[in-house]
Design a protein around this ligand. Structure first.
Ligand code: PBG
Length: 330
């Protein structure tokens, strides 16, 4: 039988597949999230995220050192403070959990890239990402500009502690520009900003809110995070953050938003990050625990798909496993 093309010729064996593979997932692409608790030593399992832990500050430094040894270039830190209040004041305490974790990690692993999540939801007693004020319609809502002022303070203490990259995840308008100005004004002009630019109001953050003890105590985050139906708006959000000075833009979650990642990669020429979020982790973990999916293959396929869509950086709770699996393949 004559066929003008036989694509199967190049799929015949692994050598040919390796030679013609378009997307190479690498350990260099991975960022490991860590949850730091405000105590020296702790290792508290997160029920909805099997294999993940809330760690004491010194344990977070141990985990960071292990990541570096495995070749993972960066960690992303989330803080669980000892006390929460309406204004999230532990978030911008220079002596707070994140600043101490950054210092402990930088002391152990000066070469590791330390990224800090900048948001208030882990630090407020109401669990929202900013300052609550009654709006002019009589409803309690997160006040944009009052929140930006506090996010700026948070970014400054993180930079002062030694963070390499500041990652605002709050979705307030104008926060990237305000943080950039403040960092430059304080002599932190080399601290980069990775903006959670297209962050959707997603059901897939559920397990994270257990992990960070940050579920909103009333309502939801739909007045500040994006509507999952909006792709064009995601591009506008990303363009705004680039204009305001973002060095890296992020799409979050990753797997239900691969189209947004692909459009961003077409449109912009700065590095794109994607967050393979807690719910995406929990889904595969649960199926793998049942024996319904092969975890390693499903994870490597998902991460490769995120990269193929156009993300250069992938934040994933599987960073340590993936680093090991990728090494063995090579
Ligand atoms: C907010 C923040 C969240 C995540 C990262 N930063 C939660 C939220 O917006 O509710 C979610 C990450 C995940 O689900 O893995 N500080």
């Amino acid at each position: 039988m004559y066929l003008s093309e036989r694509p199967r010729r190049l799929r015949r064996n692994e050598t040919l597949r390796r030679m013609t593979r378009e997307t190479q997932l690498s350990v260099d692409d991975l960022i490991l999230p860590l949850f730091a608790r405000d105590e020296p030593r702790a290792r508290k399992p997160i029920a909805s995220m099997p294999g993940q832990f809330q760690l004491g500050v010194d344990d977070a430094a141990d985990a960071a050192a292990a990541a570096m040894d495995a070749g993972v270039p960066a960690v992303l830190l989330f803080g669980i403070p000892a006390r929460k209040d309406a204004m999230g004041s532990e978030a911008y305490n220079r002596q707070g959990v994140i600043c101490r974790a950054v210092e402990a990690i930088k002391k152990r692993c000066p070469g590791l890239c330390v990224i800090t999540d900048v948001c208030l939801c882990e630090y407020t007693d109401h669990g929202h990402c900013g300052v609550l004020r009654e709006n002019r319609y009589g409803a309690l809502d997160v006040h944009n500009d009052a929140t930006v002022e506090l996010l700026v303070k948070e970014a400054l203490v993180h930079a002062d502690a030694g963070a390499d990259i500041i990652a605002p995840s709050d979705m307030m308008d104008g926060r990237v520009g305000a943080i950039r100005d403040a960092l430059d004004g304080a002599g932190f002009e080399d601290a980069a900003i990775m903006a959670y630019s297209a962050k959707f109001a997603s059901a897939f953050y559920g397990p994270f809110r257990d992990a960070a003890e940050s579920p909103p105590q009333f309502g939801d985050r739909r007045s500040y995070q994006m509507d999952p139906a909006n792709g064009d708006e995601a591009l506008r959000e990303m363009a705004l953050d680039i204009e305001e000075g973002a060095d890296i833009i992020m799409v979050k979650p990753a797997l239900s938003y691969l189209d947004v990642i692909a459009r961003a990669a077409d449109e912009f020429n700065i590095p794109i990050a994607a967050y393979n979020v807690s719910g995406e982790y929990a889904m595969l973990k649960a199926a793998a625990a049942q024996g319904w999916l092969e975890e390693k293959r499903a994870v490597l396929e998902s991460l490769t798909a995120i990269k193929r869509a156009g993300a250069k950086l992938i934040i994933t709770y599987w960073a340590m496993d993936a680093a090991g699996w990728l090494q063995k393949q090579a």
